[in-house]
Every structure is written in structure tokens, then in C-alpha cells.
Write a protein that binds this ligand. Structure first.
Ligand code: PLP
Length: 384
């Protein structure tokens, strides 16, 4: 089957997956094996040892590559494992330009792990890509962008970043976790690498931790694939199976996340208990036009700043919901609420955090796919 000819939902269900050649099983089996039989040394069926390759994982890698319009996919044991592999392509003395509004774990890895290896990171405001240019020098090797950003939902213009990266021969990677491939395909806009925390929308059921890298560049794939196998942050077959299953409803779930997200954003917009709502679907959002151009819809992630709320009141509100579960993570079928300052972004120093708008009275909502009436009722009950 030539999967590339099909539309998104069909690829989410079928890409990379054929009936099992041995039994005809329609669903890709969980190949729970660490090693494979060799007829004579080196003579095998393409699989030698499961760190390098596993059929369940191979099916998933092909499916994810198809959804991002990429030639190649690599799955990792977490999103951070995937990011780690990208930075490991660099050498001491190399420099990275990235946003000042990053996922907390990415910021922590850059500053607390890789800074010790002699790699220099510039954290800058990417809402205008021209801001990149003064930081470019002959050592600049990687541009790392997240859009929409976490948690303040800033939008970075991917095509403009790609043009700058190309001019200066910088590898350009986009963390596409918040949008998912349903809403945005960075490779089509000129990015070299897409990274996903598969844990979030792709898995979609809050039961797997996984990461992925997608690229169409032969040389980058070769390097990343070497690091993947050499450093070994590879996921197991059971987790690969769970994500293959989750992906089959990605298009249906994303549609529902977007619909519910829009209703929640509109409900919160002029609410008297709310000072500010961050959601790229508002015309007033500073980069709304760019969001409209590079995304197909606006997603289910929304952040709010509570009016006149100290930490105590913010905690009370965050803990008072029934439909929204207070928890880290996002992108699952269930609605979650998170307090970034003490949870997902606690590893970023207070001063840095507040510069990026992550104040103590900010809460982040991952709007799930429950019935919208129940979601809105839950918000009304807690916020008044
Ligand atoms: C969760 C997340 C990550 C890290 O992924 P893990 O699967 O938790 O390792 C990276 N970037 C973003 C935007 C995330 O939300």
C-alpha cells in the first residue's frame, strides 16, 4: 500500500502497518524479544538486536514519519531522550539559539547537563525571528524552537526561522509536541528535524512516556540513528504498540480537543476571575496571523492568569476541579490542570520564569475530550 497517497486520518490508522506476514494479524504484534535468530553470523531478516531495531517500533516509526511528511522516524524512551540525541550531534564550543519560553525539562537539560560539556545556549525572545540574527556566529550549529510555547502559547514563525537557519547553515529543530502533526508540520515549513514528546497528544491516553525525531535529511538521519543505537534511549515493544493504538484516533481526538479548547477559551476570555487567557485562536493574540498560517486549528492547550490570586488561592483553585485532574503532562483524553511555577516549570529560576510570563498565579489547562457541558460546568463551579 502506498500510504503517502492517503490523507491524514487514513495514514494515522494504516501507515507503516501491514498484516503480519506470519499469521495475518491485522494489528501489529508486540514483538517482545530482545534478540533475533541468525541463520549464520550476520545473516538475519533485518533484525539483530532490539536496541537497534524492533518490528513493533519500526511500524510506529514509519507511521510517525508519515504523519509528519518525513522520510525517517526514530522513537526514543522519552521526549527528553529524543532532545538529548539532537544535542549530542554537537561538539564543545558549539552554540545553540533557542527560545526563552521552553519546556522546563528542555531548559534544565540545556543549562544543567549540556552547558557542562562546553555547549553554549542563548535563550532569546523568538516572537520576532529577526531577534535570532545578532546571536548568530560561526559556532552556531543548532536553532531549537518550540511553538506554541509552553505554557504561554506564544507562536514562533517557523518558515521565517527556517529561512534564517538555511542562510547561516544552522540545523533547525522544532519541538512540535503542543501542536501535534494534526495541526502543524514543521518539515513542510523548512525545519530539518521535528521532535515530539509522544507522551502527550500522539500517545493520547496518559499511559506511555516516549519521544520521537522525524527528518527527511539523509545525513541527519544517519547521525541521529547512530546516536539512537549507540546511546540506547530506545522504547520497548509494548509502549510502541500502545502508541500505534493511540495514533489510530489522533485525528478524531485532535478535532475534539480543538472544539472543546475553543469553547473553554471563549468561556474564560471575559470571565471576572481571570486576568489573562493565553490561546493562539484569539484575534488579539500577538501572533494570531502566523498561527492561522502555519497551524490548521488552535488546539486544546490554554493558560490563564488568575485575577488577584496569591499562591494560596491559586493552589485552592487548581485543586478544586472534578473534571480537570491536577497533574503534570498534557494531551491525553482527560482534562488536566497544572501549576507550571511549582510543577512543570519548577526547574527554571523564578526570575527567568517570570520574564517569560510564568507567574505564580498562572495555570495551564489541557482541555480533554470529555463532554463540553461537564467541562464548562466544572470551570463555572470553581471560578464562579
Ligand atoms: C513533555 C514535553 C517534553 C518532554 O517529553 P517527555 O516525554 O516528558 O520526556 C518536551 N517538550 C514539550 C513541549 C513537552 O510538553
Amino acid at each position: 500500500m502506498n500510504h503517502s497517497a492517503f490523507k491524514f486520518g487514513t495514514r494515522a490508522i494504516h501507515a507503516g502497518q501491514e498484516p503480519d506476514p506470519t499469521t495475518g494479524a491485522v494489528m501489529t504484534p508486540i514483538y517482545q524479544t530482545s534478540t533475533y535468530w541468525q541463520e549464520s553470523p550476520g545473516k538475519h531478516k533485518g533484525y539483530a538486536y532490539a536496541r537497534g531495531k524492533n518490528p513493533t517500533r519500526s511500524a510506529l516509526e514509519k507511521c510517525l514519519a508519515s504523519l509528519e511528511n518525513a522520510k525517517y522516524g526514530l522513537c526514543f524512551s522519552s521526549g527528553m531522550g529524543a532532545t538529548d540525541a539532537v544535542v549530542k550531534m554537537l561538539k564543545p564550543g558549539d552554540e545553540v539559539i533557542t527560545g526563552n519560553d521552553l519546556y522546563g525539562g528542555t531548559y534544565r537539560m540545556f543549562t544543567k547537563v549540556f552547558a557542562n560539556y562546553g555547549i553554549k545556549f542563548h535563550f532569546i525572545d523568538l516572537s520576532n525571528p529577526e531577534n535570532i540574527i545578532p546571536y548568530v556566529n560561526e559556532h552556531t550549529k543548532l536553532l531549537w524552537v518550540e511553538t506554541p510555547t509552553n505554557p504561554t502559547m506564544q507562536i514562533v514563525d517557523i518558515a521565517s526561522c527556517a529561512a534564517i537557519a538555511k542562510t547561516h547553515h544552522i540545523t533547525f529543530a522544532v519541538d512540535n509536541t503542543f501542536a501535534s502533526p494534526y495541526l502543524q508540520n514543521p518539515l513542510d515549513l523548512g525545519a530539518d528535524i521535528v521532535m515530539h514528546s509522544v507522551t502527550k497528544y500522539l500517545g493520547g491516553h496518559s499511559d506511555v512516556v516516549m519521544g520521537a525525531l522525524l527528518t527527511s535529511d539523509d545525513k541527519l538521519y544517519e547521525q541521529l540513528s547512530f546516536i539512537h543505537n549507540s546511546c540506547g534511549a530506545t522504547p520497548g515493544p509494548m509502549d510502541s504498540f500502545l502508541v500505534l493504538r493511540g495514533l489510530k484516533t489522533l485525528h478524531l481526538r485532535m478535532k475534539a480537543h480543538c472544539e472543546n479548547g475553543k469553547q473553554v477559551a471563549l468561556f474564560l476570555k471575559d470571565h471576572p476571575a481571570i486576568e489573562k487567557v493565553y490561546w493562539p485562536g484569539f484575534i488579539e493574540h500577538p501572533n494570531h496571523e502566523i498561527a492561522k498560517n502555519q497551524m490548521r486549528d488552535f488546539g486544546g492547550m490554554i493558560s490563564i492568569v488568575l485575577k488577584n490570586a496569591d499562591l494560596h488561592k491559586t493552589f485552592d483553585i487548581a485543586s478544586g476541579f472534578e473534571v480537570f485532574t491536577l497533574a503534570e503532562s498534557l494531551g491525553g483524553v482527560e482534562s488536566l490542570i497544572n501549576h507550571p511555577a511549582t510543577m512543570t516549570h519548577a526547574s527554571i529560576p523564578k526570575e527567568e520564569r517570570e520574564k517569560a510570563g510564568v507567574v505564580d498565579n498562572l495555570l495551564r489547562l489541557s482541555v480533554g475530550v470529555e463532554d463540553i457541558e461537564d467541562i464548562l460546568q466544572d470551570l463555572k463551579r470553581v471560578l464562579g
